[in-house]
Ligand binder design. Structure first.
Ligand code: F6R
Length: 610
């Protein structure tokens, strides 16, 4: 986690550039923020616990300006959020200063060694501080050399940016298993954890690869590989708009992103469809023989992306008739799964940087699986390490709670399942065309749900005080229940629980009592009557039920306190619609409870730690 930004140029505007960049990286963590500027022959550091606005209050003075600096926004791992644990960190005589994203796994060992051998006194509880001291002890006037030597001692995942008091014209950065980009300016250069941090200033970017070191002066960026050979890297031209990352009139990014779903879904679909409705693979070669050769599909992801995988499993099993396992990435990587060269491994990730998903991918790759990923961030680590990438076209997702990434991930999963099933000959042309027609109709249908925002807001107002909320459903509705529950708990801090409706009676129903709030998803026509029975069971125990059903299935009204209808569609694609009222409900409950919607406590947008 954490976000880093660095600037080197001729104008005295390092502070402005870094603060602007950090604001774009707050999704990576916002426990504290800090900035270090090179001032003549010394480095001056200021940092503050809390959001960047707190830091801004202590850096406003004219004296605190420079042409060179590094900054950081933190998601605490080692050491509580506090001023002293905030980055940047420096060595003892303040001649080397570092910002760091990631974890130094052997920091305890290094700390003990630095203390006993060099008498170093640590100021913070962070793992990062060891990096500053290590570089400090190896430094003899050449920062690049000292950083490379220090990296030899470090184990873990990191992206670091470093400056030295004795080298006012240089900044050094290193990447190992944590994202890092370098921005190419005119008479100035930049580093950052992610591209949006730099878009106000540059559109030409170098994507830094693992184990590479970057040395920046105001006029030059030199990238070195692990063996310190200069690497020639192609420039990546960013074509998307920085405004896409602004709130555009909404109170929160989350609501803006909920409303961007029709557009994101159209983009994701249309970019993959030829005029004759066949699916465009754009560089991905997946033949009938390839598909017939897969004896198993693993879908691996975390959080919301994992929930998209649950729906993906149903689609692939139904349409391509290949067994699918969906696994949580942090579990997959440590359980020696049955993966071989006949396995198709599908990683789903919005950020493309989630460490657990990346590690699972590497594990599957080692065992010979074909690696296919569904990713939102172009050029991210997961995208780069995959054999094939199917991009979601959601655009930048800033709110920590994922919304448009989820629905566009679903769209990709449907397209992949359709492609596999059709190519393999399991589904006929009639079903294929019908399904594509259903997908094409989704953006307009989703807009109809967005038009009911006020109705859902009123329901949220009525139930905002409920402190325990359940979500139940059958078939793909159970997958959506998990997502609805996660949305509510992560942004409103309400204890919520999702369970397959048929499983409720095997224990959990003991928790249902007078006034318990239950969302009952009943969108599957073939399971509708069974769901009505489950709803009756909980209603009999006094629950308040909010039913989600397709228009026309009015029988649910007799069993529910409220019903939110979604437009009619085939059962398979209801998750693209039924999740939307749950997103809006979670948003309003969080708003009524005064929560920090876009930046919920303890969370970060991109989870690059284990
Ligand atoms: C929840 C949420 C997280 C992410 C998870 C995986 O709203 O956003 O659960 O889905 O951390 O992140 P990515 O998709 O970036 O791999």
């Amino acid at each position: 986690m954490c976000g880093i930004v660095g600037y080197i140029g001729t104008d005295n505007n390092a502070k402005e550039v870094i603060i602007e960049g950090l604001k774009r990286l707050e999704y990576r963590g916002y426990d504290s923020a800090g900035i270090a500027l090179h001032k003549g022959s010394v480095i001056e550091t200021r940092k503050h616990v809390g959001e960047i606005s707190n830091l801004e209050k202590i850096i406003g003075d004219k004296d605190f300006e420079s042409t060179l600096g590094i900054g950081h926004t933190r998601w605490a791992t080692h050491g509580a959020p506090s001023d002293v644990n905030s980055h940047p960190h420096s060595n003892m005589d303040n001649t080397v200063t570092v910002v760091h994203n990631g974890i130094i796994e052997n920091y305890v060992e290094l700390r003990e060694w630095l203390t006993s051998e060099y008498g170093i006194k640590f100021k913070s509880d962070t793992d990062t501080e060891v990096i500053a001291h290590l570089i400090g002890i190896y430094y003899d006037g050449d920062l690049h050399k000292a950083v490379n030597r220090a990296v030899e001692d470090m184990r873990g995942a990191y992206a670091i940016g470093v400056i030295a008091a004795d080298e006012p014209d240089k900044m050094v950065a290193v990447r190992k298993d944590a994202p890092l980009v370098a921005g190419i300016g005119e008479g100035c250069n930049f580093i950052a954890s992610d591209i949006p941090a730099l878009l106000k200033y540059v559109r030409k970017i170098y994507l830094i690869e693992n184990n590479e070191t970057v040395v920046l002066t105001k006029d030059k960026i030199t990238i070195y590989d692990e063996k310190q050979k200069v690497v020639k890297r192609e420039v990546f031209h960013v074509t998307w708009d920085a405004d896409a990352a602004e709130k555009g009139g909404y109170d929160h990014f989350m609501m803006k992103e909920i409303h961007e779903q029709p557009h994101g879904l159209s983009e994701t679909l249309n970019r993959r469809l030829n005029d004759d409705n066949t699916i465009k693979l754009d560089g991905i070669s997946m033949t009938k023989e390839d598909i017939e050769g897969f004896n198993k599909v693993y879908i691996v992801a975390c959080g919301t992306a994992y929930h998209a995988g649950l729906v993906g499993k149903a689609a692939i099993e139904k349409m391509a008739k290949i067994p699918v396992e969906v696994d949580i990435a942090s579990e997959f990587r440590y359980r020696d799964p049955f993966v071989d060269d006949k396995t198709l491994f599908i990683a789903i990730s919005q950020s493309g940087e989630t460490l657990d998903t990346l590690a699972a991918l590497r594990e599957a790759k080692k065992k010979g699986a074909r690696i296919f990923s569904v990713v939102n961030v172009v050029g991210s680590s997961i995208a780069r390490e995959s054999d094939d990438v199917f991009y979601t076209w959601a655009g930048p997702e800033i709110a920590v709670a994922s919304t448009k990434a989820y629905t566009t991930q679903l769209m990709c999963m449907y397209l992949i399942a359709l492609y596999m099933g059709h190519t393999k000959g399991v589904i006929d042309k009639e079903y294929y065309d019908m399904f594509i027609g259903e997908l094409k109709a989704i953006p307009d249908k989703l807009q109809l749900i967005l038009d009911k925002q006020d109705e859902i807001e009123a329901i949220a107002k009525k139930y905002k005080r409920k402190d325990d909320v359940f979500y139940i459903g059958r078939g793909v509705d159970s997958g959506v229940s998990y997502e609805g529950s996660l949305k509510l708990k992560e942004i409103s801090y309400i204890n919520s629980f999702a369970i397959a409706a048929g499983e409720l009676k095997h224990g959990t129903i003991a928790l249902i009592e007078d006034g318990t709030l239950v969302f009952a998803l009943a969108t599957q026509n073939f399971l509708f009557e069974k769901m009505i029975s489950n709803i009756q069971e909980i209603k009999a125990r006094g629950a308040n039920v909010i039913g989600i059903a397709k228009e026309g299935n009015t029988d649910i009204e007799t069993q529910s306190s409220e019903v939110i209808y979604i437009p009619d569609c085939i059962d398979e694609v209801t998750p693209l619609l039924s999740v939307v009222p749950l997103q809006i409900y979670a948003y309003y409950v969080a708003k009524f409870r005064g929560c920090n919607i876009d930046k919920p406590k303890n969370l970060a947008k991109s989870v690059t730690v284990e």
